[in-house]
Design a protein. Structure first.
Length: 190
């Protein structure tokens, strides 16, 4: 009787591919390298997929149209906007009905600091810059949609809004401390 062959054990030093393989048909994703949350060594990285479908800032960053400082400045603005925003609260039908209204919840220290930073952003960017940043980062609009909203159509306006948005991202990177004034000037001249 022939002997059964042993299978060779192959040692692979490559990391396990944790990217999703079964994506929806309309998915728009980009690969990004992040810290491994399950890694044993500090600084260990893995490749993951980031959805860029409804994320104009992520799309610009993944296509290398903005740098890391601009990306982080934009994300910091979005974070401050979410902290400072106090929208209407949903009615909880499981709670017992009582006469009178609820006391407003107090403003937290995080919200106060976020509002102060947003006030500084508004002062530095001006009314038009803040509106442009809000339309892209909060409402998720493209340069073409911004032009249509303002009644300005054509490639020149689209290019203008794109360039102006990148300038605003440079300023956000300065305000939030992700870049220095010298680095921003170097980036613009090159």
């Amino acid at each position: 009787m022939p002997r059964a062959r042993r299978q060779k054990v192959r040692k692979t030093s490559q990391a396990h591919d944790r990217r999703a393989q079964d994506l929806p048909l309309n998915a728009e994703v980009a690969t990004v390298e992040i810290d491994n949350p399950l890694g044993l060594e500090p600084g260990e990285k893995i490749v993951a997929l980031r959805s860029i479908r409804n994320d104009p800032l992520g799309r610009l960053h993944s296509h290398h149209q903005i740098d890391e400082a601009q990306y982080r400045g934009g994300r910091a603005f979005q974070d401050d906007w979410e902290k400072a925003e106090r929208g209407p609260r949903a009615v909880d039908p499981t709670r017992e009905y009582v006469d009178g209204g609820q006391a407003r919840e107090p403003i937290t220290e995080r919200q106060r600091r976020a509002v102060l930073r947003l006030n500084r952003v508004e002062h530095d960017l001006g009314a038009d810059g803040v509106m442009l940043v809000h339309e892209v980062l909060v409402l998720g609009m493209t340069a073409e949609q911004i032009g249509q909203r303002r009644g300005l159509r054509g490639q020149r306006w689209k290019d203008y809004f794109s360039k102006r948005f990148r300038e605003c991202l440079d300023r956000l990177a300065l305000i939030y401390g992700f870049a220095t004034a010298q680095a921003v000037r170097k980036g613009r001249t090159s």
